[in-house]
Ligand binder design. Structure first.
Ligand code: ADP
Length: 477
């Protein structure tokens, strides 16, 4: 297996001493990559390279920019077998999940390549005679992007592609744990002909490199996905200098299961929402709220489903759930199992000591809305089952958390589904579908502590964050 020697990507060149190793979470002997440990100096160099490259890139016709993104998509597609394998090696998710994620990055680049051909301003009738009024979208300039490890190529792609399509230059700081996927993305963009300096990558500690990008006065917009605590800190730093900031943070996503649902179907949806991706998704469902008539049958079915998600090496055939990303996350998962039990929850599965980072799926019942496992994001394969008397109480329980990212319901009752969609506090609502799994052409974002509640990501609206509107009044007499 290759051990990649990765450098920062600054001004079209790879540089920096690769010193920090990343090992495969399923196999500590498999060193996936060595990457550099950047400092504020390399972050500043990357911003300088972005500033120098941005205006020429921004002046290119949109279709020319779109063609580069589409060509990069094609290169990623051609390399997708290798990239998916590397993604599984560095992050741990199953090969099927990794293939889906790489495919998503390909489609995202294609989609925003197309947007660069299509998106523009408006022509608006002027109240003044002989005056032609139109709006244009101007790129904000240099955008910084800080990303987490759980979708190491899809999130960088869905944040950077709209920025690039709109004519911005980008400096990306990927998560410490997952250097390789972004390196593949940088190579595809460079090989597709993206001019040097338009896309830059700096590796290193968030508190050093990420913080330096947030503080840099030349960075006009910062888009972040990660924890609430870091997001809040970045919000303060970036807002203070009146630049734009977009945050996507945690979730404590509920799945409501009503009496009329088929317990097996509901359990499949709950397991796909909570155990797939090892529960390491912002949109994973970590609370299931059942009404009384289905509770027991649902719990039995969920325990059976949990048995299918035996953790294993993501590269092995038939494995539905990969390892936890690292020892720190595993310790968090284990801690919540103890906390749940101590607060009166009944831990039905997954309490046994894991082999390595292979945590079994965890089902906890008898959980009350104020228990920590019902309030706090775990980011692991831990599903808490709660009870509610009826739909209204279920929605009330669903809403009594600080987060509001995704929410789901399983029911055949159309009236109940609409009522849920209208009243649940979440940016994404799913009916009879897992809470995870989004369409790339649909706006995405949360409410409450999950998001900045301003600019949405994904879909055509993603470009809004990276552009500002100029209104032109053209007198024609
Ligand atoms: P997670 O719990 O998913 O690792 P974090 O919020 O810690 O979430 O990390 C998400 C991203 O934010 C990573 O790229 C990380 O390096 C970066 N990061 C962490 N701390 C800071 C910080 N103080 N300033 C800027 N970026 C940070």
């Amino acid at each position: 297996m290759t051990t990649y020697q990765i450098g920062h990507f600054v001004g079209g060149e790879f540089r920096g001493e690769p010193t920090v190793a990343r090992a495969n979470p399923a196999d500590a002997a498999d060193v996936v990559a060595l990457r550099p440990d950047g400092d504020a100096g390399v972050a500043a160099d990357a911003v300088a390279a972005a500033v120098a490259a941005q205006s020429a890139w921004g002046r290119l016709p949109g279709p020319a920019r779109g063609t580069v993104l589409a060509d990069a998509a094609e290169l990623l597609r051609q390399r997708s077998g290798e990239i998916a394998r590397d993604l599984t090696r560095e992050e741990g998710k199953t090969l099927a999940e990794a293939r889906g994620e790489v495919r998503r990055a390909v489609d995202v680049l294609r989609f925003f390549g197309g947007e660069a051909w299509r998106s523009g301003g408006q022509q608006i009738p002027s109240a003044q005679p002989d005056t032609f009024v139109y709006t244009k979208r101007e790129p904000v300039g240099v955008a910084a992007v800080i990303t987490p490890w759980n979708f190491p190529i899809a999130i960088p792609a869905w944040k950077c592609a709209p920025a690039l399509a709109a004519g911005n230059a980008v400096v990306l700081k990927p998560a410490e744990a997952t250097p390789v996927s972004v390196w593949h993305l940088a190579r595809a963009l460079a090989d597709a002909g993206l001019p040097p300096g338009v896309f830059n990558v700096v590796y290193g500690d968030g508190a050093v490199v990420g913080r330096a990008l947030a503080e840099d006065a030349r960075v006009a917009a910062l888009s972040f996905t990660g924890s609430v605590s870091v997001g809040r800190e970045l919000h303060d730093v970036v807002s203070k200098r009146r630049a734009r900031v977009q945050l996507e943070m945690g979730g404590k996503n509920p799945l409501v299961v009503l009496d009329d649902a088929d317990p097996d179907v509901a359990a499949r949806i709950a397991a796909a929402s909570g155990f797939a991706l090892t529960g390491q998704a912002c949109t994973a469902a970590s609370r299931v709220i059942c009404t009384p008539g289905i509770h027991d049958a649902f719990v039995d079915a969920l325990v059976r489903e949990a048995g299918r998600y035996r953790p294993g090496d993501g590269q092995a055939d038939g494995v539905l759930m990969g390892p936890v990303v690292d020892a720190a996350q595993l310790a968090t998962d284990r801690d919540y199992i103890s906390v749940a039990a101590a607060e009166g929850g009944q831990v039905l599965t997954g309490s046994g000591e894991p082999a390595g980072l292979l945590q079994e799926p965890v089902v906890v019942t008898q959980v009350k809305p104020d228990h920590r496992v019902a309030q706090e994001e775990v980011f692991g394969p831990v599903v808490a089952v709660l009870s509610a008397g009826d739909l209204d109480e279920a929605v009330q329980v669903a809403n009594e958390v600080p987060y509001g990212l995704a929410a789901g319901i399983v029911t055949g009752d159309l009236r109940a589904a609409h009522r849920f969609a209208d009243t649940v506090q979440a940016g994404v609502v799913k009916v009879n579908r897992p809470t995870t799994g989004l369409d790339l052409n649909v706006p995405f974002g949360g409410v409450k502590d999950s998001s900045t509640n301003t600019f949405r990501e994904q879909g055509s609206t993603a470009v809004d964050f990276y552009t500002w509107t100029k209104s032109v009044y053209m007198g024609v007499d």
